[in-house]
Write a protein that binds this ligand. Structure first.
Ligand code: G3H
Ligand code: 13P
Ligand code: ZN
Length: 322
């Protein structure tokens, strides 16, 4: 089947109590690892491309890689989505250039300005059969050049969501309930420690999610910053020359809970980066004489695939839903 929008996916995910995985793609091995897992698990998937990914790999290469996955995996629905579009122009360029979904992230702007920019993107996107994700609230962390400090970040205000959605016409809404981007989501001071001495982060604000859902019944909600930062990969990085002290993410049990609610899309990027980097570091440590990129990218791709399979089955619950 050709690339699809997320409309049907979200309807089914909402009523079925599961979420669609939205994984960031930057190169061929990442696209292959994700989509091979999705094909084997019969899972619909969103492949998302950030502004940074377009700058790194080039728009056309990424679109063609995703189109190749569509040819290789005809049984599963695939969405090509712009992650954190920063302006009308970036969104327009992706809408004109083959994407089926875009995010306009004007969440750092004042409320009225966020509405104005989002509405403009929605009008253009809908005229071209493309769907739009918008954001209210600000996640801490770094996306491209935009860094939001912990002090500047704030949770979504539920009292704003109805007006925002009705005035913009957006198709899904990303909210801030305590997730953040990257591999360092919480400082050690914000966490407690379990009996193994591992950091345990503060729980997500499910009360805010519930309040949003009450005000927007049936409307698809998106969670960004939802990597769990698997400690096995942090250890693999650190055991092989890396230095990632106190990297910690969102517990998968909480994401599983969110996936059962109105959360229809869960964004995961850092976990795949960690799997790739840990695997490559280990490979070079074990094989200092090797220099063929295929030899180290092959196990990295295989580990991305297994990590994605785990997310589909144990976290998102979208296996078998294609
Ligand atoms: O939210 C941001 C994603 O993890 C993409 O990151 O901007 O470094 O490509 P990037
Ligand atoms: P992570 O950094 O937690 O993987 O979040 C990715 C994301 O939200 C992409 O938009
Ligand atoms: Zn994000």
């Amino acid at each position: 089947m050709p690339l699809v929008t997320s409309t049907e996916m979200f309807k089914k995910a909402y009523s079925g109590g599961y979420a669609i995985g939205a994984f960031n793609v930057n190169n061929m091995e990442i696209v292959q690892g994700i989509t091979e897992a999705c094909r084997e698990e019969k899972a619909p998937v969103i492949l998302q491309v950030s502004k940074g990914a377009r700058a790194y790999a080039n728009h056309t290469y990424l679109v063609k890689l995703v189109e190749s996955a569509v040819i290789e995996c005809p049984e599963i629905p695939i969405v090509l989505h712009l992650d954190h579009g920063d302006s009308f122009e970036t969104c327009k360029s992706c809408i004109d250039g083959g994407f089926t979904s875009v995010m306009i992230d004007a969440s750092s702007k004042p409320f009225a300005e966020n509405i104005e920019i989002t509405k403009k993107v929605v009008e253009y996107a809908h005229d071209h059969g493309v769907v739009v994700e918008a954001e209210l609230g600000a996640l801490a962390g770094v996306e491209d050049e935009v860094s939001v400090s912990a002090e500047e970040s704030h949770y979504t205000r539920p009292e704003e969501v109805e007006e925002f959605v009705s005035k913009t016409g957006c198709d899904s809404l990303a909210i801030a309930i305590g997730t953040s981007h990257g591999a360092y989501k919480f400082t050690a001071a914000q966490c407690t420690r379990n009996e193994k001495g591992e950091l345990v982060p503060p729980p997500l604000r499910f009360d805010i999610l519930e309040e949003v859902v009450k005000r927007l019944p049936g409307f698809p909600i998106v969670l960004h910053g939802s990597s769990s930062v698997p400690q096995e990969y942090v250890k693999m990085v650190n055991a092989n020359g890396g230095k990632m002290p106190d990297a910690v993410g969102i517990p998968e049990s909480q994401l599983r809970e969110a996936a059962k609610s109105a959360v229809c899309k869960i964004n995961i990027d850092s976990d795949l980066r960690l799997a790739m980097t840990g695997t490559i570091r280990q490979f070079f440590n074990e094989h200092p004489d090797k220099f063929d990129p295929r030899e180290y990218l092959k196990p990295a791709r295989a580990n991305i695939k297994e990590l994605v399979r785990h997310k589909l089955v144990d976290v998102l619950g979208c296996n078998g839903k294609a």
